[in-house]
Design a protein around this ligand. Structure first.
Ligand SMILES: [Fe+2]
Length: 432
């Protein structure tokens, strides 16, 4: 396969554009208007802040320039590639140079495509048509699969130079098992908390996210938890919990949820995981109507903890898509409220009764898929094992358990924000 990227000038409706093409089949990476090319040139950016240079008057008003809405760059008149650079010239006489690799990366980022290093992208441009850009949608995995090198790493490896490997596994599968994480040897010991803080701050994000459950959370009140942290959640019981994503009631629901087993019960308490993107695609295939409903009807989620002063709400579909590709899952039957049809929805479904019937059927189809054995990865976590879950993609749940005072089931963990996670990925060369 050729790694060659070529650029050519095309004319469309009287406008001149640069077209980037990749590989032997000349797959189109991007159609670039001359104005975008001109604005993206490095000379338009402050090298110390990486922000665009947009002049402002002393009284705080925008000075119209070509960086802030003023037109007339002139037409792109010629363009060619020399030694890996694109040399572009405009009809106003300006000539500018761009590293071709930078142009490819920036256009793909702007088009919301994901790509790894440049060379990998070229291969991707040739072969990837599923829209998931290197993510591997999974089902049929078991506890042993989770502990293979594809999906697991040792805690010390993650912390000692394993950033990129850990983030790549998370990008691909949405789940990562971390073995041998430090756990506390005495009530005064803070090793586990310190491990979670380091992992979230140095590898997966910039520190644990503050939520109503504090920063580092624990299902045991006797383990180090933040003062005032809420326990108004089924996670703090011994009840079984169906597959769900966390913080559905936050507009910016967490990007990662981390679980660390620090005390095992005598029996039960197995963790359950599923790839929400795979479940969504299965639903689209076997029940397109249900997929259409769950990816368009916005649902309402709520969390109230009066003691802690919390009232959180968010409204979004269970399955969010961009250009038909699933980009986010938001699902928790416990936190989702009944639905009132909007005027738009009523126009489509004719009556509230038909809307509710269709919605119930779609929910049932989704829940049945989540409960089907093929989708569920069930595992009993060993002491010191952590599971990191991409919370906007993968769902988690647990089986019921019996614990005792001597052998409680205690999990600790932390959340990382989606923006923090994606920033770490980009810094490692994984483009999201
Ligand atoms: Fe949860």
């Amino acid at each position: 396969m050729s790694n060659q990227v070529t650029a050519k000038i095309v004319q469309h409706l009287g406008q001149v554009r640069l077209k980037l093409l990749a590989g032997e089949r000349n797959k189109v990476i991007a159609n670039i208007p001359g104005g975008w090319l001109r604005e993206m040139h490095a000379s338009n950016f402050d090298p110390s802040t990486e922000q665009k240079i947009v002049p402002c008057s002393s009284d705080g008003k925008l000075i119209l320039t070509q960086n802030s809405g003023a037109p007339n760059y002139g037409n792109l008149s010629s363009c060619n590639i020399q030694n890996g650079d694109v040399i572009a010239a405009w009809s106003d006489g300006t000539q500018l140079k761009y590293p071709l690799q930078d142009l490819v990366l920036e256009t793909k980022r702007q088009l919301r495509h994901n790509l790894s290093p440049f060379e990998e992208y070229i291969a991707d441009a040739e072969s990837n048509t599923d829209g998931y850009n290197g993510r591997i949608l999974w089902s049929g995995l078991n506890a042993d699969d989770l502990r293979t090198p594809a999906l697991s790493m040792a805690f010390s490896d993650v912390l000692n130079g394993g950033n990129r490997e850990a983030l790549e596994k998370l990008y691909k599968y949405g789940i990562l098992l971390i073995k041998d994480a430090p756990i506390d040897s005495s009530p005064e010991d803070q090793s586990n908390r310190a491990a979670l803080e380091k992992l979230t701050a140095n590898v997966l994000g910039y520190g644990p996210r503050q939520t109503l459950y504090g920063t580092i959370w624990s299902t045991s009140k006797s383990v180090n938890v933040d003062e005032g942290a809420s326990t108004a959640d089924s996670a703090y019981t011994a009840d079984p919990i169906a597959l769900h994503t966390d913080m559905t009631y936050y507009r910016d629901h967490a990007g990662l949820q981390i679980f660390c087993m620090t005390s095992q019960p005598p029996s039960g308490g197995e963790n359950i995981f599923a790839d929400g993107f795979a479940v969504g695609e299965a639903l689209r295939k076997i029940n397109p109507e249900a997929f259409e409903i769950l990816s368009t009807v916005r649902r309402r989620y709520r969390c109230i903890d009066h003691a802690g002063g919390w009232h959180l709400e968010a409204i979004d579909p269970i399955i969010s898509c961009t250009d038909g590709v699933i980009t986010s899952i938001r699902h928790n039957n416990l936190d989702r409220l009944p639905d009132v049809p909007t005027d738009t929805v009523l126009e489509k479904y004719q009556s509230p009764e038909i809307f509710h019937e269709k919605l119930n059927e779609a929910d049932k189809a989704w829940n049945m898929l989540l409960d089907s054995g093929d989708m569920r990865l069930v595992t009993r976590l060993e002491l010191g094992e952590m599971v990191v879950v991409a919370n906007q993609r993968c769902l988690h749940g647990r089986q019921t358990f019996v614990s005792s005072e001597k052998y409680p089931r205690t999990l600790t963990g932390a959340y990382v924000g989606q923006d923090d996670l994606e920033s770490r990925m980009r810094e490692c060369g994984i483009f999201v």
